[in-house]
Design a protein around this ligand. Sequence first.
Ligand SMILES: [Fe+2]
Length: 349
Amino acid sequence: MHSNYVRGLAAALAVPAVLLVGVSGGTRAGAAEQVLNLYTSRHYQTDEALYDGFTKATGIKINRIEGKEDALIERIKSEGANSPADVLITVDAGRLWRAEQAGLFRPVHSAVLEARIPASLRHPDGLWFGFSQRARLIFYDKARIKAGEIKTYEDLADPKWRGQICIRSSSNMYNLSLLGAMIASDGEAAAEVWAKGVVANFAHPPHGGDTDQIRAVAAGDCGIGVANSYYYARLLASDKDDERTAAQSLGVVFPNQDGRGTHINISGGGVLKAAPHPDAAVRFLEYLASDEAQRLFSDGNNEYPVVADVPANPILAGLGAFKADTLNVKHLGENQPLAQKIFDRVGWP
Ligand SMILES: [Fe+2]
């Protein structure tokens, strides 16, 4: 599959430039020659609808390269000024920050993007934009823990949860970003004390992904787990009875509702410095912020829309409204090196 995308891209690049002359609006007969080269680390089948929707709306064909985020970043770096990539889409603000640090993005100024995407979910100079949100949630075993006993991320370090916490490894970006947010809100010293406290409360050494943490709580292996909202919503929407029942059995906490709000991360992207089709690239980003695309993010992958008046899908809506942390997600990346040091110091594997 991957090699098909590569071949598709190579074929598109072989289109003589002369064919593109005079094509700009996307509505003329020659519009089919317009292309956008997209590098993405999103690997959700349901994203096909996003790409089809864009092509339908603009006539611009998408050539897609999928890969692991760090590999894509390395690839764009090594392609340099000759990179065919127009847009990089990835998950986690920390990854966007890494790409930004590598100097890969160009600033985009779009009234559409600035009006539709909240300032906390995009780079202040338009280097990247968030298009969907994920909340980092706490799950608990209702047989062991009463509602209201755990309310904040800070509570995860309370010694009363000794031997009960399941959360994945520190090498995972989601936890680097969570700790990055805690550094921003509580300060470095408090964040380190917290991380140390969570390690002391581990039910077992971290293993598996977010879904595994949710399953482990449902199975009674741990009292408390931490995972992103879309993994939980996916289980709630599962066509397998046991997955649905397991998910329904858990207590769900949107942390820090009485304070700064629940930690939010994004999936997002930006236009690359060397983009050969910068106009198409901006149109693609604007499409991702459209009502249609925002609904697709939510319906297809259980992510929260970033555009305020686009409703989340019924499964997410069923979890209730919540207060989200409005810390600009750029801090998650900025604090990442320090977060990694803290994780190393406290022995969070
Ligand atoms: Fe994920």
